[in-house]
Write a protein that binds this ligand. Structure first.
Ligand SMILES: [Zn+2]
Length: 559
């Protein structure tokens, strides 16, 4: 070896040593660590180097990895789990909800005006929307008018909707931007409410008349998006959620805004949740042309999945069933048009051949069954690839369709928290017989189906403790099922934790990187203030997160 080669080699060695030395080591010791790794379910210590788990085992063995520079965190016997992975959220939209104007619970017109005034402060010039006000709960029960909010919104367009979404209050500036004047006629199916004396619009727009303003409201600004993401990230941290799948999209523009915001946060080191994104099924050609396949991206942001809708919801009686609704014998629900006109089959077969992952929203038993039929065709046309097809919600099933999930490798992506409310009135809609296979988690697991837990945040809270509680108790919020609605479908807390961690990781092709506490995986961890493995299951919903760790960094600590 000549001298120059020796010098280069020495430099490389020095560099390697110094980069290794720079990797920070953190030791979490003296804990009750439930790893979700079947080969080593329990441990006392986790050693993290950089963002990766280096060691999992006893406190005694962990000592070998601890030196003077290691940061040691005493877990004081608390329960540590892998960070929670929420498999279905509308994350940034949820953030907009968290920071938005909240008018729903006010009891007087005076409070309404005051709340709007306070909210507008510092946001002058930006569109102010949302609100969900309800004049029925105010003292005088009369509708608000633009004059009430005009004095402090001269240069700020405002459009605040009633909680039912059937009317909204616009201020003078918003009416002006929408071109609504005294002589503007009400559109078909809508009403521009006018003062009986002056004939001037009062600011209240009903039903289709709301479109006149809605159509001119621009997409949120970047400032809005980053504020919303910040709010959602704070929520995730305090609930121990370290990864999410984001199912949101409406327009190309909003999808771009969301993706750009995620990217900016990642670049700035502020993205404290790992994100798997989805695009609408009708964009499949764009992704294929760009050469994108499933699980494309890095440790923080992935894409390569498509989302489609097979039906509506139980709440609006539009979930698609084999038998009609009990409450309406002519209604079988509403299949999405792409399931009627053949587009879903055409698009999904093509996308599947190009190794894009597909997620379908299906709530009613017919919607679920029809989606499984489509997957059968995919399997025939394009056998033997690891497609990990999701059925989002998978809420109502025919018994015979449950084993089909397992046979086809279809993932049931479910939201246990939804059972809490839906369980109160489901029987009235679909009858006793069909309630038997509503959220049938135990039947799924016994049949060998991969079940992936989530919330559909902001439909319900992002808090995984509520979902775990529902999976193990099945107690509806009306208190009528203390032993659980269809108690045979309860699962164990260990099973539920796996659905919220390793199974969710599998659903996004990331089970080798996260979802359990094992050497070589990303150090995404959560410490709870109570031991949910041993406490009364009824108390699980009130358990709080003591600490959240993402990639080895403590991102949240309870006060
Ligand atoms: Zn959703």
């Amino acid at each position: 070896m000549n001298l120059s080669k020796l010098i280069i080699l020495s430099i490389i060695m020095l560099l390697t040593i110094s980069t290794n030395a720079q990797l920070k080591r953190t030791a979490f010791v003296n804990g009750k660590i439930y790893t979700v790794n079947e080969n080593q379910l329990f441990a006392q210590s986790v050693i993290v180097e950089g963002n990766i788990i280096l060691f999992v085992g006893s406190d005694k063995d962990a000592n070998k990895y601890i030196n003077k520079t290691t940061k040691v965190i005493d877990l004081k016997g608390k329960l540590m789990l892998p960070g929670f992975i929420d498999g279905h959220t509308h994350f940034i939209n949820g953030g907009f909800n968290l920071i938005g104007l909240k008018l729903h619970d006010l009891t007087s017109k005076k409070d309404f005006v005051e709340a709007v005034k306070n909210y507008v402060k510092g946001k002058e010039g930006r569109w102010i929307t949302g609100g969900r006000w309800d004049h029925e709960s105010w003292d005088d029960k009369t509708l608000p008018t633009k004059e009430m909010i005009d004095p402090f919104t001269q240069n700020t367009p405002v459009f605040l909707k009633r909680y039912d979404g059937h009317m909204g209050l616009a201020n003078t500036y918003a009416l002006k931007l929408a071109g609504i004047i005294k002589n503007t006629p009400s559109p078909e199916g809508g009403l521009i409410v006018k003062d009986p004396e002056t004939g001037e619009p009062t600011g209240i727009l009903k039903d289709n008349a709301m479109d006149l303003v809605d159509n001119i409201i621009p997409e949120y600004s970047d400032v809005g998006y980053s504020e919303a993401l910040t709010a959602a990230l704070n929520e995730a941290k305090r609930f121990g959620v370290t990864s999410i799948e984001d199912m949101s999209y409406t327009t190309d523009e909003s999808f771009q805004n969301q993706l750009r915001t995620y990217q900016n946060f990642e670049k700035e080191g502020k993205l404290t949740v790992r994100v798997a994104t989805r695009m609408p099924i009708n964009t499949y050609e764009k992704l294929i042309k760009a050469g994108v396949e499933y699980n494309f991206g890095d440790n923080f942001i992935t894409l390569g999945s498509l989302k489609a809708y097979a039906d509506g919801s139980l709440g609006s009686s539009s979930a698609w069933f084999f038998e009609p609704y009990v409450s309406d014998k002519n209604n079988y629900g509403l299949p999405n048009d792409i399931f009627q006109n053949g587009n879903f089959e055409k698009w999904s077969l093509y996308a599947d051949k190009h190794k894009l992952q597909i997620c379908v929203h299906a709530i009613g038993d017919k919607a679920v069954s029809s989606t499984l039929d489509a997957v059968e065709k995919m399997e025939k046309e394009n056998p033997n690839w690891d497609r990990r097809f999701h059925i989002e919600h998978s809420q109502h099933l025919r018994a015979q369709d449950i084993p089909r999930f397992a046979k086809l490798g279809v993932i049931a992506s479910v939201q246990p928290t939804h059972l809490m409310e839906d369980g109160n009135w489901a029987e009235k809609r679909i009858g006793k017989e069909r309630v038997k296979y509503m959220h049938p988690y135990n039947s799924f697991l016994k049949a060998g189906v991969i079940v992936d837990f989530s919330t559909d945040f902001p439909v319900v809270t992002l808090n995984p403790m509520v979902g775990l509680y529902m999976a193990v108790t099945r107690r509806t919020s009306d208190g009528k099922n203390p032993n659980g609605l269809e108690p045979q479908e309860k699962i164990s807390i260990e099973q539920a934790i796996k659905c919220y961690t390793l199974n969710s990781a599998y659903a996004e092709y990331q089970e080798n990187k996260k979802g359990s506490i094992e050497p070589g995986k990303l150090a995404d961890l959560v410490v709870l203030d109570k031991d949910i493995l041993t406490i009364d299951p009824v108390k699980i919903k009130d358990v709080k997160v003591a600490m959240t760790v993402l990639g080895g960094k403590v991102i949240y600590k309870a006060e």
